[in-house]
Every structure is written in C-alpha cells, then in structure tokens.
Ligand binder design. Structure first.
Ligand SMILES: Cc1cc2nc3c(=O)[nH]c(=O)nc-3n(C[C@H](O)[C@H](O)[C@H](O)COP(=O)(O)O)c2cc1C
Length: 192
C-alpha cells in the first residue's frame, strides 16, 4: 500500500483541525486504499526556513537536525492530503513554513486538499493549490476534487466544538470518497 500523509494544517491550542482530520480519515475510506499517517505539525513546529540557499538549490543538504528529520520523513511519504483551515484568506503560517522547507520531497506526488472555514476555505485551498503547483517550483499531482467544508455557525455548540460532525458534513461524503479514488488513479497513472 502507498504511504499517504494526512497533514494537519492548524497548530492552534483550540483548533478544530483534529476533529475534521479524523472525520475525513474515518469516512473517506482512505485507510482502505492507503497506508495512512496523520501528521500533526504541532509535533514538528519547525522554525522559519533559515538555510543559506533555497531548498531547490540546497539539494537535501540540510544543516539542522530538524530540517534533516523533516526531509527524511516527507521523503518517505508517497502522497499527501492537506487538511487546512483558512486564516485571513490563506493557509496558516505553520503549514506554509513546513511546505517551504522542502522541494523534491513534494514534487510529483499525488496530493489533495481538504479546506474549511467560514466561507468553506476557498481562498486557503486556492492559495495552497498555487503553493503546491500551478506556477510554483513545487509541482505535485493534484486531485480534481478538493472538498471545501463550510463552517456554518449552527454546527457549533457553546464551547465552539462541532456538535455532530457526521450530520453537519454528510453532504461532503461523496467528495471525500472521490478524493480517495482520484488519489488512487493518480498513483496508478504515475506507475504506467
Ligand atoms: C487568525 C484567523 C483568521 C481567520 N480568517 C478566516 C478567513 O479569512 N476566512 C474564513 O473563512 N475563516 C477564517 N477564520 C475562521 C477559521 O476558519 C475557523 O476559526 C477555523 O476553526 C480555524 O481552524 P482551526 O480551528 O483548526 O485552527 C480565521 C480564523 C483565525 C484564527
């Protein structure tokens, strides 16, 4: 089975990211097709990129232990699903920092994005698509389906927790399952 990392884009103490990530992994069928690892960036918390040259010129010669460790870890992954909130029309800085560290380790790998926000995280998804492809030096193989989950006010309880995620996000189940089948198709077309 191909190794797919599900990368959690928020590192806030009171985040809802873990709830959404766990819901996605549980309901999408991702684990039926792939060897899944959930990557909590809170376990990494890399400082801003600070090597002497850009990752594309560095060619893997990281000078810090944390850089070497992150490089080795992501290099060992074969595909990615980024689960990202939207912060001020973009992705959280921690997610951008962890992407910025690497280059070839992302390139060419089947990837998808699940975004969420008060407007569905459309801008964060759009930004991340640019960061990981389009005109960027990084070029992943992106799924066509990129679910955008709308956080309506009435899905939250008084503690700002999602009261019943399964019913709140039931409408997105077909899209999450499509993500899995499209990732699978991207892996198959890569080996042809
Ligand atoms: C700093 C900040 C900026 C935000 N900006 C936006 C935004 O531009 N668009 C949006 O739809 N939601 C925005 N939100 C709302 C988040 O989508 C919502 O709080 C979500 O729960 C954040 O994900 P997290 O709880 O996993 O960190 C923002 C939240 C934060 C903390």
């Amino acid at each position: 089975m191909k190794k797919v990392a599900v990368i959690m884009g928020s590192v806030r103490t009171h985040r809802i990211n873990h709830v959404i990530t766990n819901w996605f992994v549980a309901t999408s069928g991702l684990k039926d097709k792939f060897n899944v690892e959930i990557v909590d960036l809170k376990d990494w918390m890399l400082p801003p990129y600070d090597e002497i040259v850009a990752p594309m010129s560095l060619k893997g010669a990281y000078t810090t232990e944390h850089g070497k460790k992150w490089q080795k870890y992501i290099d060992g992954m074969e595909g990615f699903v980024f689960v990202t909130p939207e912060y001020n029309k973009s992705v959280p800085h921690a997610l951008k920092t962890h992407v910025d560290y690497l280059f070839t380790e992302w390139n060419g790998k089947p990837t998808s994005i699940v975004s969420y926000g008060y407007s569905g995280g459309d801008s964060s998804s759009d930004h991340l698509q640019s960061i990981l492809g389009r005109k960027s030096a990084i070029q992943v193989k992106m799924t066509e389906t990129l679910p955008q989950l709308l956080l309506k006010k009435d899905i939250f309880n008084e503690k700002w927790e999602i009261a019943d995620i399964n019913s709140s996000f039931a409408q997105y189940l077909p899209a999450t399952k499509k993500v899995v089948s499209e990732l699978d198709a991207l892996f198959k077309s890569s080996t042809k």
